[in-house]
Design a protein around this ligand. Sequence first.
Ligand SMILES: Cc1cc2nc3c(=O)[nH]c(=O)nc-3n(C[C@H](O)[C@H](O)[C@H](O)COP(=O)(O)O)c2cc1C
Length: 216
Amino acid sequence: MDFASLVELFKARRSIRKWKSDPVPEELLTKAIEAAGWSPNSGGKQTYRVYAITSRATIDAIGRAVQEVTDYLASLDVDPADRPAVERWQKSSAFFTNAPALIAVSAGVYQSIADKLQARNIADPRVAAINRNRNIAASRIQTVGAFVDHLLLSLHVLGLGAVYMAGPTQAKEAIEKLLGTGQDEDIVALVPVGWPDEQPAAPPRKPLADLVTFIR
Ligand SMILES: Cc1cc2nc3c(=O)[nH]c(=O)nc-3n(C[C@H](O)[C@H](O)[C@H](O)COP(=O)(O)O)c2cc1C
């Protein structure tokens, strides 16, 4: 593959939020998940788990759990200037249930040798500060990000449409209960998947100068 084709692929993938009702063959989900397994992962340990959900009942139950939290948050004190946006969010927060498939990704436990040392010595104030920074850059979460990015590109190449979603983790406990996840994992991303029923325009990207600093 030449570089221009790679950039073309990156530019052509879009977040898809509207799907046809046709089911997605499990074989395609498997293919995309397997391909995305080649993403970089902390310590080479692939400390994530993937839940590929095609059960209509489970997807709808996750949607209800997410909507319940949205409704609760929307019932709290709202800045009047934010009211229209809150109402839009309330109406659309379970939109992902329109997808025929939903992939949930959990972050498992990852402990590097440095993490182990920090855990043993956390009473030392300098270690505690080091550990706070380490948690901001948590490898287990970044590993899921890399996986989901590869997953989105794989699904796109297979003709499917998907969107990376962190928002629904507002109902994390309920989702984990519905999926029967283990004690040592945290659901951190949902990816609804289906055959695209929209062709959204690409949201603009910032100019490079706003993003990049060369330290020469
Ligand atoms: C970590 C992360 C979390 C996201 N969470 C949501 C979400 O909760 N709901 C949603 O509709 N889109 C979500 N998105 C999708 C972004 O809105 C989307 O990628 C962005 O607007 C750029 O559009 P594009 O993917 O079509 O290039 C998320 C993306 C990332 C990377």
